[in-house]
Design a protein around this ligand. Structure first.
Ligand code: AMP
Length: 540
């Protein structure tokens, strides 16, 4: 027997068309480089996205051709999110925080045929333009009407479209976009998303216990649109009909808070670094901005420390912790309390909320150590492995990296986790950042979390330093809050009641800042190099 259901393709044009039909009045607000606000509606967004599709096809775009974008978060970037894939092209978002050499490598490796670049980023492009070979560069005139000689003007490009355009036939397994991992080691690796993966990710991400966006929301992704589909938010917002607010290049706390207030944002998303800055601004000037009470902040990319979740609650802002990767489109697990946890003491609730969360539907998870799959007891540690319809099965043109998949087809995340009986995953480390002392693992993230709850500590990174007897011992690298004082001994006695003795750092060093990757993660490999020869003097 066969089912009697239609075989309807899961492709992006449906989301775009439906958004226009149902939500054409909903606004998209963008902050421009000169800080002015650009506003238009989903109706206009639809018209211009389709104009981009039509113009790209007129320019000779073939199915599967890559279109690179070097852009901040604003309405034009949003148009490429839809206009490129709906024309059968592949949207390749480029991380503008990488070095020029890395961006050039990525463009060449991906084989980008077209590039769309913000005019304010042309100086960056000029640094590597002679190292790349793309057919056409289209500049977006954000700051003036014209663009420099040698570039196509995005507005003129769009103006060629007639509006009489039908989407090319798309298969749900056709490629839609690609993104390179921002990895802390080795060359960046490319992940290619399909329409099907992206559509299913969008449906799941929209669920109430995931990102939970509706047409009553106003969502502001601080997470750059060049970083893993801005965590899927533009697609989920378009499906839900949520108002979008795009912050352009202005990511400092005051600019963001002003925009949260002005546009009455109900949901935002970004990495912990952004939220630390916002918290400091709020603590300095409580009540300085009239934010929507209960505004949700999706925090991922690095661990959201429990202290941060608590501190935001005091401002009536709710952190939702989530975990994902470039290879997982990105959402894998999200942390909301289950209803049966409502009666738990506050401390236990916070402990759950500080975990990365439970698996999204259709994302299978397991954690493995040398003995095999670990039990879900909240104590055993193993490497998190995942599989699902929006999890990568390989990297683009990179056979060597195939060891990232197990023989039975799971993706090895490189994150070490515990999973508790309720199914909450807690990241304890990156495999590469693990501290192995006398054969036992110490969780650097647990130590960092605890240290960052100390009132004088702004940031803490705990790394492994070689040790003659224990192979490795933890060293805590601390950034103090402005004008705050704290000693090694004070920090050690602060941690002592919270951990077994052998987990406690052997030593503490104080620094001005912790090096970060282009996406805001601690760059522990640099710290390990810096402190490789550090002589540990154990604090008692
Ligand atoms: P990327 O591919 O650049 O998005 O990086 C993915 C990696 O970021 C993951 O493998 C984790 O190591 C880290 N990561 C993402 N979200 C979290 C989180 N909520 N807590 C801890 N680490 C995270």
């Amino acid at each position: 027997m066969q089912s009697t259901m239609m075989n309807y393709p899961l492709t992006l044009p449906h989301i775009l068309d439906r958004a226009a039909r149902l939500y054409s009045h909903v606004e998209v607000v963008s902050r421009m480089p000169d800080k002015s606000l650009h506003r238009y509606t989903y109706g206009e967004f639809y018209r211009r996205s389709r104009a981009l599709s039509e113009a790209l096809l007129k320019a000779g775009l073939n199915r599967g051709d890559r279109v690179g974008t070097l852009m901040w978060n604003h309405y034009t970037h949003l148009e490429t999110y839809f206009g490129v894939p709906c024309a059968g092209g592949v949207l390749h978002t480029l991380n503008l925080r990488l070095s020029p050499a890395d961006i050039a490598y990525i463009i060449n490796h991906a084989g980008d045929r077209f590039l769309i670049v913000d005019d304010v980023l042309l100086p960056l492009l000029e640094k590597f333009k002679d190292q790349i070979n793309v057919e056409r560069i289209i500049a977006v005139p954000l700051t003036r009407r014209s663009v420099p000689d040698g570039y196509d003007n995005y507005e003129d490009f769009l103006a060629q479209a007639t509006g009489k355009f039908t989407y090319p036939a798309l298969d749900e397994n056709d490629p839609l976009g690609m993104c390179y991992t921002s990895g802390t080691t080795g060359r960046p690796k490319g992940v290619v998303y399909s329409h099907r993966a992206l559509v299913l990710h969008t449906l799941a991400a929209g669920l109430a216990d995931m990102l939970g966006l509706t047409q009553r929301d106003t969502v502001l992704p601080v997470v750059p649109m060049f970083h893993v589909n801005a965590w899927g938010i533009p697609f989920v917002a378009a499906m839900a009909g949520a108002k979008m607010v795009l912050p352009g290049p202005h990511l400092d706390p005051a600019s963001l808070l002003e925009l949260f207030e002005h546009e009455q944002v109900t949901c935002s998303a970004g990495v912990p670094t952004i939220w630390f800055g916002i918290l400091q601004a709020l603590d300095k000037n409580p009540g300085g901005w009239k934010l929507i009470p209960g505004m949700r902040m999706i925090v991922g990319g690095s661990a959201a420390p429990e202290a941060m979740i608590r501190a935001f609650d005091k401002h009536n802002l709710r952190v939702v912790h989530a975990w994902g990767m470039t290879e997982t489109t990105p959402l894998g697990v999200v942390s909301h309390l289950k209803a049966n946890m409502d009666h738990l003491p506050e401390d236990e609730q916070y402990a759950y909320r500080a975990k990365q969360g439970v698996q999204a539907p259709f994302v299978d998870i397991r954690a493995m150590n040398e003995q095999g799959e670990i039990p879900w007891d909240g104590k055993s540690m193993g490497e998190l492995q995942v599989r699902g319809p929006w999890v990568a099965a390989s990297y683009f043109n990179n056979a060597e990296a195939q060891e990232s998949w197990t023989e039975d087809g799971w993706f090895r995340t490189g994150d070490v986790v515990t999973i508790d009986p309720e199914g909450y995953v807690k990241i304890t480390d990156r495999t590469k950042d693990l501290i192995k002392s006398g054969g036992e693992w110490i969780s650097s993230l647990d130590l960092e979390n605890a240290l960052m709850s100390h009132p004088a500590v702004a940031e803490a990174a705990v790394i492994a330093v070689p040790h003659p007897r224990w192979q490795e011992r933890p060293l805590a690298v601390i950034v103090r809050k402005p004008n705050a004082e704290v000693s090694r001994e004070e920090l050690q006695s602060y941690l002592a009641p919270k951990f077994v003795n052998w987990w406690l750092p052997d030593d503490y060093v104080f620094v001005e800042q912790i090096p970060r990757t282009s996406t805001g993660k601690f760059l522990k490999s640099v710290l390990r190099d810096q402190f490789r020869d550090h002589v540990l003097s154990r604090v008692e």
